[in-house]
Design a protein around this ligand. Structure first.
Ligand code: F6R
Length: 267
């Protein structure tokens, strides 16, 4: 796992956009997260697209998750949100932006179909992730299987409270979601997890330095060969080995990209 510490959330977004841009230029299959954290990164990418630096024309995208019971046109559905915040503002084909069907009355079948669609697309090249205050990624809540594929999950009460800010009241937050599983997420070739703010500091420390445990679903990144965690100083504040992570970045070989591969033409 590589941990990149930036002074501010804005600089987290710039670094995340740099990493994603390299994949986007190769026409990647993108794994997209919703929630507040990636919004600044999406704004960066939109700005680069508007400046003529970045085209998403060859890209496809798969969302991490979707609320069960919300129609795609519901303003809080992730289908709607990702278009509103990101994909409607870039040149990706709308039909190439996929999400689990939260409105399917047979959610277990929708989950299976989604898992298959990701596999049929050749898998995700780069998966953007946020992290819940309780250590969830996607909607994989504590104590789920570390080997899960796309499935329906009951949201943790903490997640319902955290996400109620997007709804008129806590009662309106759906109780269930369809989410890529931890095994699905780990099949992506490069994982990029973003976290900002003090509220995420404990979860970030558990993800990177705690034991591999279903109690902190994000710790399953420890099993992935190419995971990059980009955090601001506040979110990094509980990391014991913070100085070592800075040292690693300061000594990064000039030829090495953030995906661990040699950067073409550097040597
Ligand atoms: C959203 C998702 C969630 C969020 C997490 C953090 O698609 O999968 O895991 O990334 O709940 O949310 P924010 O960024 O709003 O703090």
């Amino acid at each position: 796992m590589e941990i990149l510490i930036r002074p501010t959330p804005e600089e987290v977004a710039v670094t995340a956009a740099d990493i994603l841009s390299a994949h986007i230029k190769r026409g990647a299959v993108l794994g997209l997260a919703t929630g507040s954290t990636p919004l600044a990164t999406y704004r960066q990418l939109i700005a680069r697209h508007r400046a003529g630096e970045l085209s998403f024309a060859g890209c496809r995208a798969f969302l991490l998750d979707e609320y069960v019971g919300l129609a795609p046109e519901h303003e809080q559905s992730y289908h709607y949100t990702i278009r509103n915040e990101f994909t409607a503002h870039i040149d990706i084909d709308d039909a190439a932006v996929h999400s689990p069907d939260g409105a399917d009355p047979r959610p277990w079948e929708a989950a299976e179909r989604y898992e298959r669609a990701i596999i049929d697309a050749g898998g995700v090249d780069v998966q953007l992730l946020g992290i819940g205050t309780n250590g969830h990624i996607g909607f994989n809540e504590p104590a789920g299987s570390l080997n899960s594929t796309t499935h329906m999950e009951t949201l943790h009460q903490q997640t319902v409270v955290d996400n109620s800010r997007f709804f008129d009241s806590e009662d309106e937050v759906p109780t269930h979601a369809l989410t890529q599983g931890l095994a699905t997420i780990r099949r992506a070739r490069h994982l990029v997890l973003l976290a900002t703010g003090l509220g995420k500091a404990e979860a970030v420390a558990k993800l990177a330095e705690g034991p591999l445990s279903a109690s902190c679903p994000a710790s399953s990144l420890q099993l992935h060969p190419q995971a990059t965690v980009v955090v601001d100083e506040e979110a990094a504040s509980h990391l014991v080995e913070k100085e070592y992570y800075r040292y690693i970045e300061a000594h990064r070989p000039a030829w090495q990209g953030y995906d661990g591969q040699p950067i073409e033409g550097v040597l």
